[in-house]
Every structure is written in C-alpha cells, then in structure tokens.
Design a protein around this ligand. Structure first.
Ligand code: PNW
Length: 462
C-alpha cells in the first residue's frame, strides 16, 4: 500500500462553461466562448456549450454523485457572466443564488469547495467594448468581479484559484486562435499573459488585505505545463528542454515566485514581452499561497537543426514556437490518450521536482490530471474504463514517489474530470469523466474509475 500524507486533498474538477449549460437563463450574459462556438468552423461539428451537462438544472443530482463516491474536494469555476452579465456593473442575483445552492449542498455533504474565479469564459461585453485581456484595464475589472465573489461566497469558500491555465488564454486564445477569442498574433499572447499575471497579483492583494484576515482562506493560481525531456544528452538538447519549460511554466510562475519573466524569454521575445512596473512587480511577487499545477503529459525536446521548427499542432502544446525554437517529438513507444497526449507518469514526477527546486519548495496541488479515452460515447464501453484506472494509478504512484523519495510538498490531487463535458474546441468528442454523460438525455452513469477512485480516497492511498 502506498499511503499519502495525512490531510492529503483528494478531489475532482470541472469548469463552469464545460458543464453548466443554461447559457441564456436567469439573466446570464454571454461569454467569449458562447460567441466563439456559435461561429461555424470553430468547434468540432460546430458544437456549443448551450446545454452541455445541464449542470445548472442538475446541481443536486451532481452533488449526489460526488457524495456517492466519497469525494473530499470539488474544484469548479464560476461563470463571471452569470454573476455579472456585462462583466461590470449590475450583479445578477439569480446567478448568486445558483452558486449558493451549489456551495451549500457541497458544505452540507462535507465536500470542500475549491473555486476557480476564471476558467476562460470572459464576459463578451468586456471583449467587445475593451478588447478583453489585451487591455491593461481588464485587471481592475477582474478585481471587482473577484471582490464580489469573496463578499458573497468567502464565508464558505476557503480555497480560491484566480486563473486556470493562463497559458491557454494567451497562446491558444491569442496566439493561434484555436480557443476564444480566436485571435492570431505574435504579440497579443504576451500582452494577455501580462494582464492576467497583473490581475492575479491585484486580486490576491485585495483578498489578503480585505478578506483573508476574517475569512482565513487560501488563494493561488493554477498553471499548466507539459514536461520537456531532452531528446539526447547533448548540452544543446538539454538547454532546449529547459528553455521549453521556461517558456511554458516559467512565463507565468517566475513573476510570482522570482519577480520577473525568465531571462531566456526576455532575450528571445525582446520588446514584445511587457515589463512589470515596480508597483505591479511588488503585487505579483509572492502572490500565491500554493502552486496549482495541471499536468497532462510531455514530449521530447531538441535544439532545432535548421532555421525552421517542426509544425506545432494546437494540442501539441508548443506555444510561441518561433520565439522559443524548441523542436518537439514523441517517443514512438509511448502510449497515448484520445487527445494524442503521451502517457508519461514519470514526467509528472520530474515536473514536480522542477517546480520544487525552481520555486523554493512550495506547497503544490495537482488541480487537474486525467485522460480522455477512445470509444466512450458508448456507455457500455465507458463503464469498463480500466485504462483510466491504470492511468490515474500510475500518475498517483509517480506523485507518491515525488512526495516520499524527492521530498516534494504535494498536498492534493484532483482528477479531471467529474463527468464527461464540453471539451472546448473539441466539443463533446473527448471524454475525460469519472462519470459518463449521455448528452442527448443528460443521464449520468458512474464509470468503474469512479468506484476505484472512491477506494483510493477512502484508504488515502493506492
Ligand atoms: C485543460 N491544449 O485544458 C483545462 O483546464 C480543462 O478545461 C480541459 O478540459 C482539460 O485540460 C483537458 O483538455 C487544456 O490543447 C486544453 O494544449 C487544451 C490544451 C491544454 C489544456
């Protein structure tokens, strides 16, 4: 038996836009993902999240699913445009009431709520009127929205995540246009990232001054990063792998833990990379009570042979390829998920070690890890998801080794995801859930992995 530390947080995660549906009900305003997916050609089979899992109407049923598996913690996000339909100004009390129902049901069932303030669904009005994340003013709008959340929900919510994967908003949303708002640019990703980091610093400052003393919660940010393993032992490939990690995770975590962007980014991106004012730097530095990590895989990294870099596919997670110039490839021996992401548990351990060393041994939570598997549209196939059990089991074994052999301060793990849901540009074609969802009827069915994970949580180990 591999036992985890006492008080280890065991959870599952979702995000508002991926599960709620009810996109025009009870006063909710539109967000950039509503607009984006209603443009033909932007998502798989033009699918939208108008209904998704219909979680908005099934909150009690979904909390019952969590209860049935003995879930300890549930990570979900608020829809900003459900709470503030225009992104600023008027508050939608029906939206407040909805999240109150959810939070109260969780608390009543001893499930700890972990709330992500922003999981990519910017109110559309802020995109159209202000240019969204590329406008520096967006930071103050984020702060006012966050304050509303702390005021209304902070009596019961003690775990806050400001942003989910700002890398995706920057690179996929503003670099290659694969995600909303669909912008394509070599400059805007750095502006969007900069404003998200600034906004994070400001939100945390407000929380710490005005709310934390009385509410006594914790607040942090969640970043995603895929591991970069040197393709060969050569110094050039080792440097390429390190550069790949700095361009991926260092971009967002260095300002928070070290006070500025990585040197290699400044050298390569030059004046397109914004600079922190002294005031912003002071707010951003040390602005996380924990390190949130979403981990899904990794690739081999090499110094490109010539001037060109192998084509970057959206799901390959390259990111600003022309700037970082790292050639990514797979080891053909690797197993892959339905996302074509490599199953590389040992890289998770390496990633945790890299974070531990670079950022001074912070408390880390894996706020997402999981697998989409082929053939799961068919519920009869989905319920026998032994591959998902094997996947999670191997990643958890790697986490256990990171804690016990490498001394990493890993304090929690959340499976992505509680139930099959709207997988962004890939629509309903990818299923990551511990529960199967029939999107025609809304019916939920636990997969074998839900029962297996229940056992892991109960035993606090593997
Ligand atoms: C994360 N990529 O997203 C998100 O936090 C979840 O909302 C999502 O459902 C989950 O991982 C599974 O994909 C990513 O294409 C989505 O590089 C796409 C990419 C990376 C992260």
């Amino acid at each position: 038996m591999k036992t985890f530390p006492q008080n280890f947080t065991w959870g599952a995660a979702t995000a508002a836009h991926q599960i709620e549906g009810a996109w025009q009900e009870d006063g909710r305003g539109p967000c950039i993902w509503d607009a984006f997916t209603h443009i033909p050609g932007k998502s798989h089979r033009n699918q939208t999240a108008d209904v998704a899992c219909d979680h908005y109407h099934r909150v009690e049923e979904d909390v019952a699913l969590m209860k049935a598996m003995g879930l300890k913690a549930y990570r979900f996000s608020f829809s900003w445009s459900r709470l503030m339909p225009q992104g600023r100004g008027a508050v939608n009390e029906a939206g407040v009431a909805f999240y109150n129902r959810l939070i109260d049901a969780l608390v009543a069932n001893n499930i700890t709520p972990w709330v992500t303030l922003y999981h990519w669904d910017l109110p559309l009005a802020l995109q159209l009127e202000l240019d969204g994340l590329v406008n520096p003013e967006i930071a103050d709008h984020f702060v006012r929205y966050a304050e509303l959340c702390f005021e209304r929900f902070g009596d019961r919510v003690k775990h806050w995540i400001t942003f989910n994967e700002p890398w995706c908003s920057a690179v996929l949303g503003h670099g290659i246009g694969y995600f909303a708002p669909g912008r394509v640019s070599q400059t805007e990703p750095y502006l969007a990232a900069h404003n998200l980091i600034r906004a994070h610093g400001k939100i945390v400052d407000v929380y710490r001054r005005k709310f934390q003393p009385a509410q006594k919660g914790v607040i942090g940010i969640t970043n995603n990063c895929d591991w970069r393993e040197p393709k060969t032992d050569s110094p050039a490939d080792r440097a390429a792998a390190e550069r790949g990690l700095e361009f991926f995770l260092g971009w967002f975590a260095d300002p928070i833990y070290r006070g500025d962007y990585p040197d290699c980014m400044r050298e390569r991106v030059g004046e397109r990379l914004p600079r922190f004012s002294d005031a912003d730097r002071a707010l951003v530095l040390n602005s996380s009570d924990f390190f949130g990590l979403n981990f899904y895989g990794g690739m081999l990294a090499a110094e490109p042979a010539g001037e060109t870099v192998a084509t970057i596919v959206p799901t390959g997670n390259g990111g600003m390829a022309a700037d970082q110039r790292v050639e990514l490839s797979d080891d053909p021996a690797w197993e892959k998920t339905d996302m074509d992401w490599n199953v590389v548990p040992d890289f998770c351990r390496k990633m945790l070690g890299w974070i531990d060393r670079r950022y001074g041994h912070p408390p880390i939570y894996i706020t997402e890890n999981g697998a989409a598997l082929h053939g799961e549209d068919d519920v009869a196939v989905a319920v026998n998801d032994t591959r998902r059990i094997d996947f999670i089991n191997r990643y958890l074994a790697a986490c256990h080794a990171a804690i016990n052999e490498d001394g990493v301060d890993l304090r929690g793990y959340f499976v992505w995801t509680l139930m099959d849901n709207f997988e962004w540009a890939l629509g309903y074609s990818k299923r990551f859930g511990l529960h199967h969802v029939d999107f025609a009827t809304g019916k939920r069915t636990p997969k074998q992995s839900a029962a297996w994970y229940a056992g892991v949580m109960r035993r606090n180990g593997l």
